[in-house]
Write a protein that binds this ligand. Structure first.
Ligand code: GAP
Length: 514
């Protein structure tokens, strides 16, 4: 199956198997760009969050955790720049009334040119025997007609965004002859700025209430607590503060399922460093975070680094780790060298000193910050996109059938092992329950005794369960079970007394990280 075809199938798969549901879907259209995680989804999301937390906090001697509130003092967002500068350029099509982000319309156009250039390069590479993604392949792609058009548009877009030139964005949309996907026309409004923060109120009456915002990033909770955490945890520079939690953005165009949501979860770490050393820490985290994704089973050819041309108001360097989603390469994680912007601004607006006393230099200063910020939902989508496969497999009768399988990393998969008694009688369910009761203390284990064994295997493949344990009549005699591995479908006989250790070593976090 072509990778680009995965996306619509994945969305239905997520609903059918209880991974993800549209929020409030019993009401007409549900709530757009807001999603609920079902029984399997929540298990997988927890796994990804825990893996991040263990890597970023448990294994790091100089990173500590935090769980700051979602609601914060309104001045926080003034200081961070979100009140004045957290805007997206929006444009409407006058015929369809459909609203778009102007920069994304152009990015989508660029992405299509790259896809075309990539296809041409693939054909040429197959003919010439070049390696896909190698030097010749990449050069051919860049110099192909479509590649050149894409690069020209990228350069123009970057310059316009850098200059904040809204009229120029509209001109570029017209120049590229971009039309609305609904009306098919180029009858566009002017481009306007739109603030992405959700406003709410605190207080019992409207008159006495003060305006608050739902946080658009978790990072600011870390900045305002910098001194509280540093003093109580007695950390010396360099050190980091990590947290995971919900963030909210009133995205103009929320599309592509859980890729761009209005309520989502971030996993962020701010690493506080001595001014002047930020570059080395930035380089370190850039490569460390890329490695982390590889370790969790993301294919290296599905990841790439994209250095920012346009830096955010707070950054002196920034890179995106992009993942190749079925709809193209898109940002998965950002690594930002944020200078002392945030701490300085909070110090300025709060009037409270946010400085670090450096005992070696015997002086106070405001630390610089290197941030790693990954969206949990996007990480979830990346893993699912890569994992979803439909493949032809032989049946027991010697025929063939298509199985849908989620080849998730065993530590990421929602359920690690399914225990399947061959029949619902003859003492097999009792033995299966015994095995289940032992394993469930150490991993997510489930019991399934409905339908023929082949159908149960398919069901577990579709859920992404890496191991199935079948209890048959021989198990009562030889105290052994059949262990089936999801990806290879290989089966082996294993004594029950060795089963737990065997599975635990296959699920070892230490092995994953070493
Ligand atoms: N504190 C820095 C920050 O928030 P960002 O690039 O705006 O930087 C970081 O966001 C990450 O959060 C992104 O790389 C992405 O994974 C995730 N993210 C951002 N907006 C999102 C949205 N609307 N829906 C889902 N994930 C989002």
């Amino acid at each position: 199956m072509d990778y680009t075809e995965v996306f619509p199938k994945l969305i239905s798969h997520c609903k059918e198997h209880g991974y993800i549901f549209q929020s409030s879907e019993i009401y007409e259209n549900g709530l757009p760009a807001v999603y609920d995680y079902g029984p399997l989804g929540v298990l997988m999301k927890n796994n990804l969050r825990n893996l991040w937390w263990k890597s970023m906090v448990q294994l790091q001697p100089n990173i500590v955790g935090l769980d700051a509130a979602i609601l914060m003092h309104p001045q926080v967002w003034k200081a961070s720049g979100h009140v004045d500068a957290f805007n997206d350029p929006l444009i409407d099509n006058k015929d369809s009334k459909k609203r778009y982000r102007a920069d994304q319309l152009i990015e989508d156009w660029i992405s299509k040119r790259w896809d075309k250039a990539r296809k041409d390069a693939d054909k040429k590479a197959a003919k010439e025997g070049w390696e896909t993604g190698g030097e010749e392949h990449t050069q051919f792609m860049r110099n192909a007609r479509e590649g050149q058009k894409a690069r020209e548009a990228e350069a123009k877009l970057a310059a316009l965004l850098q200059a904040g030139d809204l009229a120029g964005l509209k001109e570029l949309i017209e120049e590229l002859e971009i039309v609305c996907e609904v009306s098919g026309t180029a009858n566009w409004t002017e481009v306007r700025q739109f603030n992405l923060m959700f406003k709410t109120q605190m207080g019992a009456t409207t008159e006495g209430a003060s305006d608050l915002y739902l946080r658009p990033e978790t990072a600011q909770g870390i900045f305002v607590n910098f001194l509280n955490v540093q003093k109580t945890s007695r950390q010396k520079l360099p050190f980091g503060i990590a947290q995971t939690g919900k963030a909210f953005r009133n995205e103009i165009v929320a599309r592509q399922f859980i890729f761009r949501m209005r309520e989502f979860e971030q996993m962020e770490m701010q690493f506080f460093v001595k001014p002047g050393t930020q570059q080395e820490h930035y380089e370190y985290w850039r490569s460390e975070r890329l490695k982390w994704h590889h370790r969790l089973g993301i294919r290296p050819d599905r990841l790439r680094l994209h250095d920012h041309d346009k830096l955010a108001h707070y950054a002196d360097a920034a890179v995106d780790i992009e993942f190749h989603f079925p709809f193209g390469f898109r940002e998965l994680e950002g690594i930002h060298s944020r200078t002392d912007f945030d701490l300085s601004r909070h110090q300025e607006l709060s009037g409270k000193k946010l400085q670090y006393f450096d005992p070696e230099e015997n002086r106070n200063y405001i630390p610089y910050v290197v941030e790693t910020s990954v969206g949990l939902d996007r990480l979830f989508l990346a893993h699912l996109s890569q994992a979803y496969q439909e493949e032809e497999v032989p049946t027991a009768k010697g025929e063939s059938e298509v199985r849908t399988v989620l080849r998730l990393h065993p530590l990421v998969a929602p359920v690690q092992v399914a225990i399947l008694p061959l029949v619902k009688k003859d003492g097999l369910p009792e033995l299966a329950q015994e095995v289940l009761n032992d394993l469930r203390w150490f991993m997510q284990a489930e019991y399934d005794d409905k339908d023929a064994i082949g159908r149960r295997y398919r069901r577990q493949d579709a859920k992404g369960t890496p191991f199935c344990v079948t209890i048959d009549h021989d198990s009562l005699q030889d105290e052994a079970v059949t262990l089936r591995e999801r990806d290879s479908m290989q089966q082996q006989r294993i004594p029950i007394r060795l089963l737990r250790n065997h599975l635990q070593s296959a699920l070892s976090f230490k092995q994953l990280m070493s």
